[in-house]
Design a protein around this ligand. Structure first.
Ligand code: F6P
Length: 572
């Protein structure tokens, strides 16, 4: 795309923004930020700070983090930060204050400040698609482009009205019975965010007048499970698909219609049993959902950033307005922190830089995310899409390919469950596996306190490990003979030095979750900006979709022998 085209794709920078937040961002976008995305780009390894960081890597290469703690009693104070309702501790990472200084220098040399201003100022940071990425506007974390303000306000009102009616038992199906079950049909960003947050916040204790379920997979089993015990007369489906072309979602929508018809009859109009969240009103109408039951979302909201938009409708239904508003407010708090805090105190900036250090200097190709909260068991799945679909890329802003590692493989699961499964590899395996521990304060409940203590214990054990001498002492204490001690000691030795970050939330409440989600969203932006990646497109995923379409259209058009072989096996 040419510079001129990029500029056309950007939103106006003054005089046509609405809302009362983001004045600074809009103003600054008229200056350096207006060209930030199109300016000549320098790959990070060519920036002066990169060389200094490589020297830190040499200097720290043989130092164990346990030694760094022993040498510096104030390490926690120096390398942890508290802001926007979160405490984030980086002191268990394989770095020191000098390293952090040079990581911050790298951010400055990469003009991250201009990047942040460009993001909040509505520049086309999604330069391959000529779009802004203004998901923050949905939570009033920056201004809404004037051209979209009315539509956005209308959608917010309609969405809240639908949710209110549903929660009050006022929304009725074709037979006049109140809707009691809502099933969201969507995949990727049209599923993961609302599903994860609803699970985290609506919990078993919440009094939800309507049951909200989520279906993503084209495997009929997921829809069957979501409909178990449901009555067609009381069931409403939300078809959540920005594009209204996603095969899995459309297949499930058709299956849902068949299920409704089996009970309600072929002649009954099904309008009252469907809502859609989509930009493709025409396609939704062709499916049979009229425009007055379709909620749109702005083009400048990407799928994985869309939980804050009408895609959040099932979440709004599950939580009610107070809960949903608190989630938005928490995220907005993080937006304001990200936009205004100096880089050295800025949580998303620091988190992004520490992740870059691990990927590019420590050589870690993975990130394990371990929420110590059952409610957050699907947080890693949400984060996987956010990080890997955003930064799992190699093409740079200037059209060249990256020479350094980009997004790690993000995975994880709920603590303490993983401790009894995969943590073994962290302790004695051969890979460096950085971990993000997400911990919520115990608040006087003994088991929740034990949960938090477990997280802290794991983080400490992964730092310090157990030396050969300590292993021998433990075996000696068991009364084993010397030869047996020598035979077993290497099996008990644990090297430690596994890097980790701990994020502490005051509680698992909507505001804290909003802050946490926005923290990671902005961290992804920081990394993408410095690496020179467009974090907001997803051409890779689209090839997979295209291939599935091609196979469906022409089963004999298999691309290679393996596909053909498996097709034949499936047909047997
Ligand atoms: O498959 C990739 C993707 O395009 C994601 O980016 C998106 O969140 C998901 O599919 C769902 O897309 P849609 O909302 O258009 O159905």
């Amino acid at each position: 795309m040419t510079t001129a085209a990029l500029r056309r794709a950007s939103f106006p920078t003054s005089g046509s923004w609405s809302g009362n937040i983001g004045a600074e961002a809009a103003a600054s976008s008229t200056s350096s930020a207006s060209t930030a995305v199109t300016d000549a780009f320098t790959a990070p390894q060519h920036l002066p700070a990169w060389t200094h960081l490589a020297a830190h890597r040499e200097r720290l290469g043989t130092r164990h983090v346990a030694d760094l703690f022993a040498a510096d009693a104030g390490r926690f104070g120096t390398l942890s930060r508290e802001a926007a309702g979160l405490l984030v501790d980086f002191s268990r990472q394989r770095l020191d204050a000098e390293t952090l200084d040079d990581l911050l220098a790298l951010a400055a040399e990469a003009r991250l400040g201009d990047g942040i201003a460009a993001l909040f100022g509505g520049q086309a940071v999604n330069h391959t698609e000529g779009r802004a990425a203004l998901h923050m506007a949905l939570r009033r974390g920056c201004r809404v482009p004037a051209a979209d303000a009315d539509e956005l306000a209308r959608t917010a009102t309609r969405m809240r009205e639908f949710a209110r009616q549903l929660r009050n038992g006022e929304l009725r199906g074709a037979s006049g019975e109140a809707i009691r079950r809502v099933v969201n049909l969507g995949i990727g960003g049209s599923d993961l965010g609302p599903r994860m947050a609803a699970e985290a916040l609506a919990g078993p204790a919440a009094s939800t007048p309507v049951e909200v379920r989520f279906v993503a997979n084209i495997d009929p089993r997921e829809l069957d499970e979501a409909l178990a015990g449901a009555r067609a007369e009381e069931t409403l489906f939300i078809v959540s698909s920005k594009s209204f072309t996603t095969a899995e979602t459309l297949a499930n929508a058709h299956a849902a219609r068949t299920w409704l018809r089996a009970t309600l009859g072929e002649a009954t109009p099904l309008d009252a049993h469907f809502l859609a969240v989509s930009n493709a009103t025409g396609a939704a109408a062709a499916f049979g959902i009229p425009a007055d039951r379709v909620l749109p979302m702005p083009e400048w909201v990407g799928g994985r950033y869309s939980v804050w938009s009408a895609i959040g409708l099932p979440l709004l239904i599950a939580l009610g307005e107070d809960g949903f508003d608190a989630l938005l407010a928490g995220a907005r708090e993080m937006d304001e922190h990200f936009r205004n805090a100096p880089l050295t105190a800025n949580l998303p900036v620091l988190m992004g830089l520490v992740g870059l250090w691990n990927a590019d200097f420590i050589g870690a190709s993975t990130l394990a995310v371990l929420p110590y909260a059952h409610g957050l068991r699907n947080f890693p799945a949400w984060l996987q899409q956010l990080e890997m679909e955003s930064n799992g890329k190699r093409a740079l802003r200037d059209g060249t390919f990256t020479a350094v590692a980009t997004s790690p493989v993000v995975w994880g699961g709920a603590g303490t469950v993983g401790q009894h499964a995969f943590h073994q590899l962290f302790y004695q395996g051969t890979h460096c596996v950085p971990v993000d521990f997400i911990v919520t304060a115990g608040k006087g409940d003994a088991r929740r306190q034990a949960l938090a203590d477990n997280a802290l214990a794991q983080a400490a054990a992964l730092t310090h490990g157990r030396s050969l001498d300590e292993a021998r002492a433990a075996l000696r204490a068991r009364g084993l003979p010397p030869a047996e001690i020598e035979r077993l000691a290497p099996h008990l030795e644990i090297p430690g030095n596994q890097p980790s970050t701990t994020v502490l939330l005051a509680d698992l409440d909507p505001a804290s979750l909003g802050r946490l989600m926005a923290l990671y969203e902005h961290k992804v932006f920081v990394q993408g900006w410095i690496w020179g990646i467009n974090s907001f497109d997803q051409y890779g995923v689209e090839l997979g979709k295209e291939m599935a379409r091609r196979l469906a259209d022409d089963p004999d058009g298999a691309r290679d022998g393996a596909t053909l072989g498996m097709q034949r096996a499936l047909a047997r």
